[in-house]
Design a binder for this molecule. Structure first.
Ligand code: ADP
Ligand code: ADP
Ligand code: MG
Length: 461
């Protein structure tokens, strides 16, 4: 049993992890950067240690400082959250060699899925389709042109180390491919310290559907169903829901079972343990393609918790402590419908420009079927340094209709002043007739923001 866990993260996910630890009677240690001294995770943890200045590469990304903090506080394990060091195999390795349990997959599994090109190769070997594309990293522009000729335009140039919706660009012809190839490599080097890019077919207006995986240390792997994350802006998720409305259409009905099995197959091929997510895109002819594995707890994990009744962070802790999974695939029951809206401190009327600053008034919605995961409070100052997500609003209902009605009601109740937020934008999504019908793909937000609809949103503000 763990007695003490260090949380190597900040924001809402650090709060989420501390909550799970407290419920298991595990003591918690927060680490924080100078600008986060008043942050909620620091206040909620049993102990807190400052690890440096506000830029992430001087604090939350400093393996040496986090390990020192872990040793000073004498913890049994480290939970990395998402982003920052969560998918860093080297960090997992360092933890293990210091006799500190890393709460996540083994460094071996992480290495097998280290980058997107390696993951593609692993999926192929496991017999799961990936978008047509290059065999691995594309080393020169001639090779890029050859791949594009074989698979046909449009194509995506993707950084092997990309993430968070960054590091990919579309190309529609030879000219834009050659130009995009060099730009993509330069950008990838700057953003991820790895210039490697590969090419895959651009699937037009796909659906993003992912499966939540749990694996224990004895080789049992189960999935906890899908999440539809097709409501995206610039390849970043905005609203997520489960079950996917797509699967209620007859053409797509058979996919749930097939994709769930394929997700497990990929996890098995990587000897995956702990929580993870296998991401796919689905085209309008019901073909599906593997995208990547997120080797960590995911932002949108709460919707899966709501419909399965399984606490995923608690499960992560139990698995890391060596506990076997107590349920098999057949025991996983799905009930009702859950939706999550990501609430960002951004101005939806000004190109979603980040809006850091002091929160003046703060009132969050509640009532039956409403959950808010956040670190925000009245008087809290959102620093400009990190990403702009300040909370997640999750609603649960007996069916999709009820979950949507609760979401509209809850968004209407959510009161945050002092900074701009995306609440009105989320409300516009919830009011959209196509969203309400459950008919949307990854181009939905772009369509919503363009033309007449955009004016509608502006009038409302
Ligand atoms: P999810 O897949 O759960 O929606 P995101 O892809 O939005 O999660 O990423 C979660 C967090 O991790 C975000 O803060 C995002 O910016 C960060 N992140 C993910 N991958 C990377 C990466 N390769 N480099 C930098 N940040 C990343
Ligand atoms: P990230 O690591 O940034 O999450 P992903 O590979 O998971 O990158 O892709 C994020 C999103 O980008 C997908 O959900 C999808 O909307 C879009 N995308 C990625 N690859 C393709 C593709 N080949 N065709 C069409 N859309 C894609
Ligand atoms: Mg992804």
């Amino acid at each position: 049993m763990f007695e003490k866990v260090l949380v190597a993260n900040r924001g809402e996910i650090a709060v989420r992890i501390i909550r799970a630890c407290k419920e298991l009677n595990i003591r918690t240690v927060a680490v924080y950067s100078e600008v986060d001294a008043n942050s909620m995770h620091v206040q909620l943890a049993d102990e807190a240690i400052c690890i440096g200045k506000s830029p992430a590469n001087e604090s939350y990304l400093r393996i040496d400082r986090i390990i020192s903090a872990a040793e000073i506080a004498d913890v049994d394990a480290i939970h990395p959250g998402y982003g920052f060091l969560s998918e860093n195999a080297h960090f997992a390795d360092v933890c293990e060699s210091c006799n500190i349990r890393f709460i996540g997959p083994s460094s071996r599994a992480m290495n097998a899925l280290e980058d997107k090109a390696l993951s593609r190769a692993l999926a192929k070997k496991a017999g799961v389709r990936t978008p047509p594309g290059s065999e691995g990293v594309v080393d020169n522009e001639q090779a890029a042109l050859t791949v594009a000729k074989r698979i046909g335009y449009p194509v995506m140039i993707k950084a092997v180390a990309g993430g968070g919706g960054r590091g990919m660009r579309a190309a529609h012809n030879d000219v834009s491919l050659v130009k995009g190839y060099h730009t993509a490599r330069n950008e990838a080097e700057k953003a991820f310290g790895n210039s490697g890019v590969y090419i895959e077919k651009l699937i037009e207006n796909p659906h993003h559907i992912e499966f939540q995986i749990l694996g224990d240390n004895r080789g049992r792997i189960i999935h906890l169903g899908e999440r539809d994350c097709s409501v995206q802006r610039r390849n970043q998720k905005v609203v997520e829901e489960t079950p996917s409305p797509l699967f209620s259409e007859s053409k797509f009905k058979k996919l749930r079972e097939k994709m769930g099995k394929d997700a497990i197959r990929i996890a098995e091929a990587a000897n995956y343990t702990n929580a993870g997510t296998v991401e796919f895109i689905v085209d309008n002819d019901a073909n599906y393609y593997f995208l990547e594995v997120n080797k960590r707890i995911q932002v949108e994990h709460p919707i899966t918790e709501e419909v399965t009744g399984i606490d995923l962070v608690r499960a992560q802790l139990m698995i890391a402590m060596g506990e076997p999974l107590k349920i098999s695939q057949g025991d996983v029951q799905f009930k009702g419908h859950a939706i999550e809206c990501r609430i960002n401190a951004e101005d939806p009327f000004d190109e979603f420009r980040p809006s850091p600053g002091r929160i003046e008034m703060y009132y969050q919605p509640g009532g039956r079927g409403v959950r808010v995961d956040t670190h925000a409070y009245a008087g809290y100052t959102i620093p400009p340094t990190y990403d702009s997500m300040i909370g997640k609003l999750i609603t649960y209902g007996k069916d999709r209709r009820e979950a949507m009605d609760k979401m509209s009601r809850a968004l209407g109740e959510y009161l945050i002043t002092g900074v701009k937020t995306t609440i009105s934008f989320q409300q516009a999504i919830l009011q959209d007739p196509n969203f309400r019908r459950g008919v949307y793909s990854t181009n939905f937000v772009e369509q919503l923001l363009s033309g007449a609809r955009r004016e509608l949103i502006e009038e409302k503000s």
